[in-house]
Structure formats: structure tokens, C-alpha cells
Design a binder for this molecule. Structure first.
Ligand SMILES: C[S@@+](CC[C@H](N)C(=O)[O-])C[C@H]1O[C@@H](n2cnc3c(N)ncnc32)[C@H](O)[C@@H]1O
Length: 243
């Protein structure tokens, strides 16, 4: 049975609190290593300046942070934000003392970021879009527009349902049956992993997200990874105000 409002940020935060212990291992096994490769491709899809101020939204346990730190010189800064207290706690455990001045983990809702206007060079985010409905995707796009400096870039990535009929059915079966089983084997709650499949089926792919971002005035490009098993968007905020 599907509970109340699965898009309520409080509900989503609690869901990931519960999954925090097993998320990393289940994600790695269930994606057959693709998740790691797609994260890197997502980061390579924009050109991140070495001294950039970066905002990593829906950071989880900080999966993008090691790659981001490698891209930056000592002047670069990362703010990594997640709504789940437990995911943030795990992300903080991975921050070495050497990196602590460059990487800050914040527990906050991405739909109302505690980040100053036009203070960020790049916004990046992987696998964090599926738990937003259409209205929330528009709010997210507005936040990304607000925090980006003129000329700033963004890159988002999400697991998606491929459009090809050949891949679509086995992929949905994989989400529905295999991932919850892997969740159970990792001693997690299989219902939580089943719910991730529900979010993904409803999300579809990043085309709707691309429209929401374009509606704020951001220039957006849609991207497909491995026959549409993941999709993403990249783009830029214009240096000039429309008008
Ligand atoms: C599937 S995990 C992705 C984690 C990581 N970015 C990765 O690449 O694996 C999605 C994360 O989004 C976070 N999240 C969902 N809704 C959020 C919101 N409104 N604000 C901030 N974080 C949110 C969840 O807590 C969860 O940690």
C-alpha cells in the first residue's frame, strides 16, 4: 500500500533517514556500477572552473563530493545539501580534516535553499529529482535560477524509464522486484526500495524537468545516458537579464 503524500519533503526525509545505512551499497550493486559512471559523465557535461563555488543538491551521503573535490583547487568551495539528517550525518563522516574548509554539508530542503542569491558558479545533483512532483520541480528550477551567478552552469541526472519498448518492461520489472530484493539482502527495508521504483515510474525521465528549468529562463539541454536508463539536464544561466 502506498502511504499518504509521498512527495511531502518530511516524508521523503524520513524515508532516506531509514535507508541511509544501506543506500550506498544497494545503489552500487543495483546499478551494476552504472551509477558511478553516470555521476562522472554528469560532472563532465559542464565545465567546472577550478576555483568554483559549487552547490551539490540532494547530496545523499556525499556521493559526488570526492570527484568534485578533485576538480577544484584550494580556492574552490562545495556546499552539499540534503534534507535527511541521517544522510547528512553519513556524508559528514566522509569529510576529511583537510577538506573541511572546502566542503560543507548542510541539512536543508532544496526547495528553500539557505544559499544567497547569485552566489554559486555551478549547481550539480545526481539521483535526487525523482522524489519531486511537477510543482516541486518548478520550485526547484526557481531556486537553481536564484542561487546561480549570471553565466553559472548546472547539471542534473536521474534514473529514468527508457522509452524503447524493448528495454522498458524489463527495466520496470527490475525496479519493482530486483531492487527491493537487493535492499532486503543488504538488510534494508524492501518496501522503501519498492517505493523508489514507484517514484521512478512516475518521474519517467528528465524531459519534464527540462521544461520546468526552461520556464525560469535558464538555457537547458536534455541528455540521455545508456539508451535512456538515466537522463539528465545541463545548462546555463544567461549573463544578461531578459527584457
Ligand atoms: C537517491 S538519493 C541521491 C543521493 C546522491 N546524490 C547520489 O548520487 O546517490 C536522493 C537524496 O535526495 C534527498 N532529498 C530528497 N528531497 C529533498 C529535498 N527536498 N531537499 C534536499 N534533499 C532532498 C534525499 O534525502 C536523498 O538523500
Amino acid at each position: 500500500m502506498i502511504p499518504c503524500d509521498i512527495y511531502d519533503p518530511l516524508f521523503v526525509g524520513r524515508l532516506f533517514d531509514e535507508m541511509s545505512r544501506t543506500y550506498g551499497v544497494v545503489n552500487m550493486i543495483s546499478s551494476l556500477g552504472f551509477a558511478r559512471r553516470w555521476r562522472r559523465q554528469c560532472l563532465r557535461s559542464i565545465s567546472i572552473p577550478r576555483s568554483a563555488a559549487i552547490l551539490d543538491l540532494m547530496t545523499g551521503t556525499g556521493e559526488l563530493c570526492p570527484d568534485l573535490l578533485r576538480l577544484l583547487d584550494p580556492a574552490g568551495r562545495i556546499q552539499a545539501l540534503d534534507i535527511s539528517a541521517e544522510m547528512c550525518a553519513r556524508a559528514r563522516k566522509h569529510v576529511s580534516p583537510d577538506d573541511s574548509s572546502r566542503l560543507h554539508i548542510l541539512q536543508a530542503d532544496a526547495l528553500s535553499c539557505p544559499i544567497e542569491d547569485e552566489s554559486v558558479d555551478c549547481v550539480v545533483s545526481t539521483f535526487g529529482l525523482k522524489t519531486f512532483n511537477s510543482r516541486q520541480l518548478t520550485s526547484l528550477a526557481t531556486e537553481v535560477y536564484r542561487v546561480l551567478r549570471p553565466g553559472g552552469q548546472f547539471a542534473f541526472l536521474e534514473i529514468s524509464v527508457p522509452r524503447s519498448g524493448l528495454l522498458r518492461l524489463p527495466y520496470i520489472a527490475y525496479l519493482r522486484y530486483v531492487i527491493p530484493l537487493i535492499g532486503r539482502l543488504a538488510l534494508g527495508n524492501p518496501d522503501n526500495y519498492r517505493l523508489l521504483g514507484v517514484y521512478t515510474s512516475a518521474f519517467g525521465d528528465c524531459r519534464k524537468t527540462a521544461d520546468c528549468f526552461a520556464s525560469t529562463g535558464l538555457a537547458v539541454e536534455f541528455r540521455s545516458y545508456f539508451f535512456g536508463c538515466a537522463t539528465g539536464i545541463t545548462g546555463v544561466k544567461s549573463r544578461w537579464k531578459a527584457g
